[in-house]
Design a protein around this ligand. Structure first.
Ligand code: ADP
Ligand code: MG
Length: 382
C-alpha cells in the first residue's frame, strides 16, 4: 500500500474539518491519526500527539454546552414561502427528567452517553462514538421525549426537524429547505432529530414528482454518512416499513421503543397521578390492567382527564374509576375484562351486578372466577 496516497486522503479530510471549524472533530480525527501513524511514521505521530496534549479539549470535548441560536450571523433557517421555522430548538441544559425506559433501552442510552464522555479513549483505539441512531415505535412511546432527554444529558442543544413540515413546504423547495436546516445544524455540536422521517416515503402516494423524492432521500443518505462524530444524528419513525432500506442500513443503531410493559405502566401511572397518587393508590392494580396495551401518552392523557374531573366535580375517586373502566371496557381483550372484573370484585364492595354492568363480563363468569372467596356484603343481601 502506498502510504502517500493515504496521507493525501487524511490531509484532505483534516482540511475539510478545519475549514468547517469542527474543532472537536479535528481533535478526534488527529487522535485517530496518531494511532494510525505510530508504526509507519512514528515522528509524525509523536508530533501530532504533542499538539493534542499541548491544548487539552475544552470542558470534556463534546460534553460542552453550546448555544448558537442567538448568533445573528447564523439565523435559524425558515421556509421562504411560509416563513415557518424549519427547526425546533431545545436547550435543556441537563435539566430534563429521564423518560420511563425499558432496561434494554436504558443500557443502549447509557452506552451512547459513555461513548461521548470517553470519546478520546475510543479515538485512541481508532473508534468513533455512535454517530447516528434511528428510533422506531408507535406514537406516544417517548421517541421525541427521549431525544430531548439525551441531548440534555450530553449537554448539547437539540434541533428537531419535523419532516412532515418540510414535506408540506412547496414542492421543489423541499430539497433546499432540508439542506439549509441540515447545514445550520452542522455548524457545531448538537443532536439533530429528523422526526417522522417516514413523511418522505408517505408522500409517494400523492402525485408528487418521484425524482424530487429520490433526491431528498439522497440528501439524507449523504447526511447520515457525513455526519460529524461530535454531533448525534437521530431519526424517528412510526412506520419502519416505509423507510428506504438503503437509509435503514446507514444508521449506526436501530433502537426499538416498545409499548410499556405492565411494570412500566405502573411506574407511569404513579408518575402521572402526581399529587393525586394517595387518592388513587388502592386503584393502582386496576389502572395498570386497564391501560395495558396503551402508549405512555395515551395513559397520561386519560389520567389527566380524570384528575381534572375529580378536581372540579364532587365525584368520588371510585366514581371516576368506574367511568374510566366503562369507557375502556369495550377496547379491552376478553381476558383483560375478566381480570378487571375479578379485581373489582375482590378489592371493592361493588355488587356483581354493578361490576357486570361496568365491565360487560357476565355475573356467571365473575362468580366462576371469584368462587371460594367470601361473598361481599352486597352479594349476601341480594
Ligand atoms: N417513555 C416515556 N416516559 C414518560 N413519559 C412519556 C414517555 N413516552 C411518552 N411520554 C409522554 O407522552 C408524550 C408524547 O411522547 P413523545 O415522545 O412525543 O412520543 P413519540 O415521539 O414516540 O410519538 C410525552 O411528552 C410524555 O408526556
Ligand atoms: Mg414524536
Amino acid at each position: 500500500m502506498d502510504d502517500s496516497i493515504e496521507i493525501d486522503d487524511d490531509l484532505a479530510q483534516l482540511a475539510r474539518l478545519a475549514v468547517n471549524e469542527q474543532t472537536e472533530d479535528v481533535r478526534l480525527f488527529v487522535a485517530r491519526l496518531v494511532r494510525k501513524y505510530r508504526s509507519i511514521k512514528p515522528g509524525l505521530a509523536e508530533q501530532m500527539d504533542q499538539y493534542l496534549r499541548s491544548k487539552p479539549a475544552r470542558g470534556g470535548s463534546v460534553m460542552r454546552k453550546t448555544i448558537r441560536t442567538e448568533d445573528p450571523s447564523h439565523p435559524m433557517p425558515v421556509d421562504n414561502e411560509s416563513r415557518m421555522s424549519l427547526l425546533k430548538v431545545f436547550h435543556d441544559d441537563f435539566g430534563t427528567v429521564q423518560p420511563l425506559l425499558s432496561p434494554e433501552l436504558e443500557d443502549s442510552f447509557s452506552q451512547i452517553i459513555q461513548e461521548r464522555k470517553q470519546s478520546e479513549r475510543l479515538a485512541s483505539l481508532g473508534l468513533l462514538p455512535t454517530r447516528s441512531a434511528i428510533f422506531v415505535g408507535k406514537p406516544g412511546v417517548g421517541k421525541t421525549l427521549t431525544a430531548r432527554w439525551l441531548a440534555s444529558k450530553l449537554g448539547l442543544p437539540l434541533y428537531v426537524l419535523d419532516l412532515t413540515t418540510v414535506m408540506s413546504s412547496l414542492l421543489g423547495k423541499t430539497g433546499s429547505n432540508l439542506r439549509s436546516a441540515l447545514d445550520f445544524s452542522k455548524q457545531g455540536p448538537c443532536v439533530l432529530l429528523l422526526d417522522e422521517i417516514d413523511a418522505i416515503a408517505k408522500k409517494r402516494n400523492d402525485d408528487t414528482d418521484i425524482g424530487e423524492l429520490k433526491r431528498l432521500v439522497t440528501v439524507i443518505l449523504q447526511e447520515v454518512d457525513e455526519w460529524p462524530p461530535s454531533g448525534l444524528l437521530l431519526a424517528a419513525t412510526n412506520h419502519p416499513e416505509l423507510i428506504d432500506p438503503a437509509l435503514w442500513r446507514r444508521f449506526d443503531l436501530v433502537i426499538e421503543f416498545k409499548l410499556p410493559a405492565l411494570n412500566q405502566i405502573k411506574e407511569a401511572v404513579t408518575q402521572f397521578l402526581g399529587p393525586d397518587l394517595s387518592v388513587f393508590k388502592h386503584w393502582l392494580d386496576i389502572l395498570v390492567l386497564i391501560f395495558s396495551g396503551e402508549s405512555f401518552s395515551d395513559i397520561e392523557r386519560s389520567i389527566q382527564r380524570f384528575r381534572r374531573t375529580l378536581a372540579l366535580s364532587d365525584a368520588s375517586d371510585s366514581d371516576v374509576i368506574i367511568e374510566l373502566v366503562k369507557s375502556k371496557a369495550l377496547t379491552l381483550e376478553h381476558q383483560q375484562r375478566i381480570d378487571v372484573a375479578v379485581l373489582l370484585a375482590n378489592k371493592t364492595k361493588l355488587s356483581q351486578h354493578k361490576i357486570s354492568e361496568i365491565t360487560g363480563v357476565s355475573r356467571d363468569t365473575i362468580r366462576k372466577y371469584t368462587d371460594g372467596k367470601a361473598p361481599s356484603k352486597e352479594r349476601q343481601e341480594k
